[in-house]
Structures are given as structure tokens and as C-alpha cells.
Design a protein around this ligand. Structure first.
Ligand code: AMP
Ligand code: ZN
Length: 476
């Protein structure tokens, strides 16, 4: 197997991947804020994490993958005095005349997220953990930070003191002043706050929030960032191998995760930081605030499959922005249906054979080299097409390679509805007979009977494709 390389945001270099424990890679992904439907930009972040995980598994690693759901504490602006997004969800429901609690909202949109995730064939994490179930762990972490002098309390909140953490801007590589654009005026909101970059660990000044917990500093609720430190450490340990998220998380959320985790443990928090670039619309980042977003419902309303979106996302490297257009999605659908049909044919022809061993096949190595090179999935797709289009490879080898590649690509190529899936046994027997008759007619050069039999099959919604390995019947 090739050596795995990742581009590490922390070092801004392509690095050889060396896990702490080669037997079990630890992976943490920042999950959704469950106050509304995810938009398809968010789904790129999870598709990217999925290809990363599938790549690790394909190359022989075991993976422990944790993802959080944010169900408290993320404000609608990075400045401290926004509205908690979950409360926005509650308010919007009330405007629609629904009386729901914050927990109802979180539960509902967690289910919607799981549905979207599954529809794109994204593997579930080992844990999908809500922030609200880890409040004690967050309080413990904040206590340690206070004891070690990294945190201070004002009448409004407990803050992390960034001046105590000299490598605070290492991940972003920015100057602190640049990083602060937009949060400056916030100093005025809390005159006791020492530095504008100090961020909230525990919030005390929103007594009307519907989710409040007791703490050593008073009744309140956590700041957003502390949840990921607490949960990553609880499930994966104090130092983890890989942490993923979108590039928007680099300057604030992930920077803060590093500061509070490393200040508390004195150990490195994450060895490899991997970040996906944005899905854009007309070259502007897709986001709720710009109102230029689509959700999975829009994809389905346009008669696309979630798997078309998956294919579209595989076409771009995760570190490059990708512009979303309906034309591009149409192209992805055609490509996906094309490979799906090729595999359907191969599966039908070879359904009674055992799969060939392709472990040392040259094209398998080529595929593995692409994915090991910082997840070059577009390159991996090109190898898939090389297999599909090859005139030399026997069908059985093609099938074995394509199903093997699909462990990484996740296109569900093995789930193809062939003729055998939707017809009754009697109908299959009848169709088989028509197929045989047609073959015999062709053999005796009785072309008009052969054509007639084909029409007969077409009326049954069965399409005959003549392949080099014999005729194949497909539905539709
Ligand atoms: P959020 O729910 O806002 O925390 O976002 C969930 C994930 O989606 C995060 O990893 C974000 O960085 C990522 N994300 C947000 N917008 C986009 C976008 N337009 N394209 C790709 N990823 C995004
Ligand atoms: Zn996070």
C-alpha cells in the first residue's frame, strides 16, 4: 500500500501520515448545529470527512470517528452577544404556531441531518454526540483552565485569556489583529473583558435562555468551542490524530479548540488538521446568512438523487472551492448513471461468479496512489473511468476493480436494481424465455423475429443491451 500523505493546515505542508496508534486512527469531525436543515455546503464537509475515513479504511487502518451535534451555545455571530442558534429554531417554530422546546428542535434537526447523511451514503460516526449531554465534562475543563490561570470570570461570562497562550494564532497563521475583524466593537459589550480575542467558555448574561445549567460560576450555558474539546478528549483521548472541518473554522473555532485543550492538558491536541474549502454559488460561499443556499430537499425537488450530489462532490479536490450549478449536477448525474449502468451489466453477466482477486492489480495500485496523495479523489475517479472504458480488461476483472474502488467512492455500485430485483419469479422466467428465443432467432439470422422479441421485452419495460459477454436485460 502507498504511503498516506495529508496537507496539514497546522504546518501548511504535505506530511506523511503517522498515527499515534497504527492500529486505531482517531478522527474528530465538527458536526452540524441542529437548529435547521443542513445546506448542501455543509454536506460537502461531511462528504469530505467520509472520503477521508473510507480512504483510511481502504488502506487498512481501523478508525474511531466521533462527530458532535451542537445543540446549545453557538451564537448567530462570532461576537458574544448574538442569539443562540437553537433559540432561533425555537423562535421560528413559534412564528409558525408550533410550541416546541429547544430539545425538540435539536432532536428534529438531528434526525433530518442523519437522513441527509444516510441518503448520501456517508458512513455514520462511532458516536454522534450532542453537546448538551457533555455539560459536566465542559465544566470540568473550564475549572482546570481557571485553576491554571488561563481563564477569568467577569459578571457576564467566563473567558479564555488568549494572552496567556502564546501560540494562539498558529493554526490560522494570521496576525491577531487580522483575526479580530468584526469582533472589535464587542469590547464595549463587556467592559470587563481583557482582550477582544478572549472568547467565552461559559455564558452568564442570558438568563432568559431556555437551557441553563448550574456551574461554579453561576447558572448559565457553555460557549460553543468548549464542547468540541470536551467531547474529542472524552471519546478519543487528549491527543488525537485527525480533526476535520470547513476552512471557516480555522481562525476562530479550531483556533479556540487548540488553545483551550492544550492549555488544559499541556499536550498537543491534534496532529493533523484537515479542512475542506467551500461550496460556492456564483463564486460566493454558500451560507445561510447570504441566503444563497440549497438544502437536500431542493436537490430532490429538482428530481436529482442525493447520490448525484455525492458524485458531484467527488469531482473536486477537497482543498479547492467548488462552484455549485444545476448544470454541473446534471453532468454528475449522467456520469453516475453511466457507471451505474456499466456495473449493472457486469453484475448481471457475472452474478453467479466469485469476485476475482485484484489485490495487486496495476490499476488498483494506481487508484490507491491517488487517494493516498492527500485524497486525490478526482484522480481516483479517472482510474474508475479507465476501468469502465477499457477494451482489454475482462468483464470479471472490471467488476472486481469497480466494486473494490466503490469502498472509497461510496457510489453504491453493488446496489443496482437489475431485472432480477423488481420482477416476480414467473415474470423472470418469461423474460428469460424471450431472451433465449431472441438469441436463437439471432443465431438463425431470423432478424425480424429477433426484433419482434426485443419489442416484446421493451413493452415489459425491459431494455436489452448486447454486450461482448452476451445480452443483458435491464429495467427501464
Ligand atoms: P456549521 O453547522 O455552520 O458549523 O457547519 C457545518 C460544517 O460545514 C462546518 O465544517 C463548516 O465549516 C462547513 N461549511 C459551512 N459552509 C460551507 C460551504 N459553503 N461549503 C463547504 N463547507 C461548509
Ligand atoms: Zn467543533
Amino acid at each position: 500500500m502507498p504511503t498516506l500523505h495529508f496537507y496539514n493546515t497546522l504546518t501548511r505542508k504535505l506530511e506523511v501520515f503517522a498515527p499515534i496508534n497504527p492500529e486505531l486512527v482517531t478522527l474528530y469531525t465538527c458536526g452540524p448545529t441542529v437548529y435547521d436543515y443542513a445546506h448542501i455546503g455543509n454536506l460537502r464537509a461531511y462528504t469530505f470527512a467520509d472520503t477521508l475515513k473510507r480512504t483510511l479504511l481502504y488502506l487498512g487502518y481501523k478508525v474511531h470517528h466521533t462527530m458532535n451535534t451542537t445543540d446549545v451555545g453557538q451564537m448567530d455571530s462570532d461576537a458574544d452577544l448574538g442569539e443562540d442558534k437553537i433559540m432561533i429554531g425555537v423562535r421560528r417554530a413559534a412564528e409558525r404556531g408550533e410550541q416546541v422546546t429547544a430539545m425538540d428542535i435539536a432532536k428534529l434537526y438531528t434526525e433530518k441531518f442523519i437522513h441527509d447523511r444516510d441518503s448520501m451514503n456517508i458512513l455514520p460516526p462511532d458516536e454522534l454526540t450532542p453537546a448538551t449531554e457533555h455539560i459536566d465534562a465542559m465544566i470540568e475543563l473550564i475549572k482546570i483552565l481557571k485553576e491554571k490561570g488561563f481563564a477569568y470570570k467577569t459578571s457576564r461570562a467566563v473567558y479564555f485569556d488568549v494572552s496567556k497562550f502564546p501560540t494562539y494564532t498558529q493554526l490560522s497563521g494570521q496576525k491577531l489583529e487580522e483575526q479580530l475583524e468584526g469582533v472589535r466593537e464587542e469590547v464595549v459589550v463587556d467592559p470587563e473583558k481583557r482582550h477582544p480575542a478572549d472568547f467565552r467558555l461559559w455564558q452568564l448574561d442570558q438568563p432568559n435562555h431556555s437551557m441553563l445549567w448550574d456551574s461554579p460560576w453561576g447558572k448559565g450555558f457553555p460557549g460553543w468551542h468548549i464542547e468540541c474539546s470536551a467531547m474529542a478528549m472524552e471519546y478519543l483521548g487528549e491527543t488525537i490524530d485527525i480533526h476535520t472541518g470547513g476552512v471557516d473554522h480555522i481562525p476562530v473555532h479550531h483556533t479556540n479548540e487548540i488553545a483551550q485543550s492544550e492549555a488544559a492538558t499541556g499536550k498537543k491536541f491534534v496532529n493533523y488538521w484537515l479542512h475542506n474549502e467551500f461550496i460556492r454559488v456564483n463564486n460566493v460561499k454558500m451560507s445561510k446568512s447570504k441566503n444563497n443556499f440549497y438544502s437536500m430537499k431542493d436537490i430532490i425537488d429538482h428530481n436529482f438523487s442525493p447520490m448525484d450530489l455525492r458524485y458531484l462532490y467527488l469531482e473536486a479536490h477537497y482543498r479547492f472551492p467548488q462552484n455549485f450549478t444545476w448544470e454541473a449536477l446534471q453532468g454528475a448525474r449522467s456520469a453516475r448513471l453511466n457507471v451505474t449502468e456499466q456495473v449493472a451489466i457486469l453484475l448481471t453477466v457475472h452474478h453467479d461468479q466469485e469476485l476475482e482477486n485484484i489485490e495487486n492489480h496495476e490499476l488498483r495500485n494506481k487508484f490507491a496512489n491517488y487517494i493516498a496523495d492527500d485524497l486525490n479523489i478526482p484522480g481516483a475517479l479517472s482510474v474508475m473511468w479507465e476501468v469502465v472504458r477499457s477494451k482489454e480488461l475482462p468483464g470479471s476483472t472490471k467488476l472486481a476493480l469497480l466494486l473494490d474502488f466503490d469502498n472509497v467512492l461510496g457510489l453504491e455500485l453493488e446496489k443496482i436494481p437489475t431485472i432480477y430485483t423488481k420482477f416476480s419469479l414467473d415474470e423472470i422466467a418469461e423474460i428469460q424465455k424471450l431472451l433465449d428465443d431472441r438469441e436463437n432467432a439471432k443465431k438463425s439470422k431470423d432478424w425480424s423475429s429477433a426484433d419482434e422479441l426485443r419489442n416484446h421485452l421493451t413493452q415489459k419495460n425491459v431494455r436489452i443491451i448486447d454486450t461482448s459477454e452476451g445480452p443483458v436485460a435491464l429495467l427501464g
